[in-house]
Design a protein. Structure first.
Length: 134
């Protein structure tokens, strides 16, 4: 895969890639939006902790198909206020220390329940697996 950042357009406003090229022969995993709620139903108050849970959920979904966070090529992120962006960015930067995925971040009026301040969905791509049968 290859990050796309053409010199003919303005660099990203934050730490993300403008696009990613996914070559033929790759499989995709597309996640639903993940919320910052733990298996025990706990919901942290701050956006960074909620983002950490969102990313942990995404990692678990990817693992179901043998992928990791390093296979993520695209994120769609929804926050309920600009004040939640720094916490999200700290969490994201821990998840993607190398080349960051292509990302869209949208500030919205609210999520399904008022205690949620962030929702994250992802698209990941990895080479096709060759399963061998003995």
């Amino acid at each position: 895969m290859r990050a796309l950042s053409p010199s003919s357009i303005r660099p990203p406003l934050a730490r993300y890639s403008h696009g990613f090229a996914v070559p033929a022969g790759y499989r995709l995993v597309i996640t639903a939006g993940q919320l910052g709620i733990g298996l025990d139903e706990s919901i942290p108050e701050d956006s960074e902790a909620q983002a950490d849970i969102c990313f942990a959920n995404i990692a678990a979904i990817l693992a179901e198909d043998g992928m990791t966070m390093s296979d993520v090529v695209r994120l769609s992120v929804y926050v309920t206020g600009r004040e939640h962006m720094p916490g999200y960015r700290r969490s994201r930067d821990r998840q993607f220390p190398g080349t960051p995925p292509a990302t869209t971040l949208i500030v919205i009026a609210g999520l399904v329940r008022p205690e949620f301040v962030i929702e994250i969905e992802a698209i990941a791509a990895a080479p096709e697996r060759i399963d061998t049968v003995a």
